[in-house]
Design a protein around this ligand. Structure first.
Ligand SMILES: CC(C)(COP(=O)(O)OP(=O)(O)OC[C@H]1O[C@@H](n2cnc3c(N)ncnc32)[C@H](O)[C@@H]1OP(=O)(O)O)[C@@H](O)C(=O)NCCC(=O)NCCS
Length: 263
């Protein structure tokens, strides 16, 4: 396909992957590994397993209801080279939605694909929560902010991320560095934790309900539900030290380099 054809794309279709052998799912694996650094991602095999189990699994209390959604231009849904992007995440019943990963192919960027994937993911989680008769209070996601020494291109990507988060109604949880395991190391205990920024999209709860106390619960809940870190563990306590006072701010305010941030 010519680049020229691609930039003329008018309509993007989003659908759910159910088959790990489908070349489109394989293309998503390549995009995933290309767009995220090793310390930001879990092995693709784990995602593949959840795709494989998906047709047999239904949302159930205590379990995770995982989804991998793919995007391509209309009429190109069978052409792996035309995969425009993917999003992967889950409903965690009794907690909220958790968006784990999103990526858009270079040629498809700034065309609204990332926003489309988020919106579709929110809809899918609403349906899941509805099946359980639960509300969906929020959807949360993490993102690794580059450090001061990062390249201009890393910072550009961070700007792209936070603008995307803004566009989809995500708010930054200011005041929290969420300490997560570094999957690039074999021994998690030895590896320095990766500090992540957290973003929340209020769904059935209004923004005003996310007080500092509620945000601490949301952040602690992410540790317990996703990383199996309980209060008292190094990562949990390092994320929520005494006096930690999280608050919601516009996602774009997380986008500035530390030295440029307006306090
Ligand atoms: C971040 C990413 C998913 C954005 O996807 P996208 O499809 O280009 O995003 P959209 O076209 O929906 O754009 C959403 C908003 O971000 C802005 N944006 C996107 N790329 C941008 C860039 N490089 N610089 C500045 N703004 C950018 C868009 O203008 C739009 O804002 P607007 O509505 O105010 O104009 C994509 O750049 C990507 O895949 N990056 C690599 C992987 C990654 O970082 N994933 C996120 C992990 S948390």
């Amino acid at each position: 396909m010519l680049l020229q054809d691609r930039v003329e794309v008018k309509k993007v279709v989003v659908w759910e992957a159910f088959d790990v052998t489908d070349p489109m799912t394989r293309a998503a694996a390549n995009l995933y590994e290309k767009t995220l650094t090793p310390d930001e991602r879990i092995p693709w095999m784990w995602i593949e397993q959840s795709v494989q189990e998906r047709p047999k699994s239904k949302p159930r209390p205590g379990g995770w209801s995982r989804h991998l959604l793919l995007a391509a231009p209309e009429g190109k849904q069978d052409d792996p080279e035309s995969l425009a992007g993917y999003v992967y995440g889950a409903l965690l019943p009794g907690y909220g939605g958790y968006l784990c990963y999103v990526g858009v192919a270079d040629w498809a960027r700034r065309m609204g694909v990332g926003s489309r994937l988020y919106d579709q993911f929110f809809k899918v989680l609403r349906v899941d929560a509805g099946e359980l008769g639960e509300a969906l209070p929020f959807v949360i996601w993490e993102s690794h902010r580059p450090d001061e020494s990062a390249t201009a291109s890393d910072w550009d990507n961070w700007t792209a991320r936070t603008r995307l988060f803004d566009r989809v109604g995500g708010l930054w949880i200011e005041g929290v560095d969420f300490l997560s395991p570094n999957f690039a190391f074999d021994d998690e205990e030895e590896a320095p934790p990766v500090p992540l920024q957290l973003f929340v999209k209020p769904m059935d709860l209004p923004e005003s309900a996310f007080t500092s106390d509620r945000l601490r619960e949301v952040v602690g809940g992410l540790h317990e539900r996703v990383y199996q870190n309980e209060p008292g563990s190094r990562m949990f306590d390092g994320t929520l030290p005494p006096g930690c006072d999280p608050r919601l701010r516009a996602a774009r305010t997380a986008g500035a380099k530390k030295s440029e941030r307006v306090i």
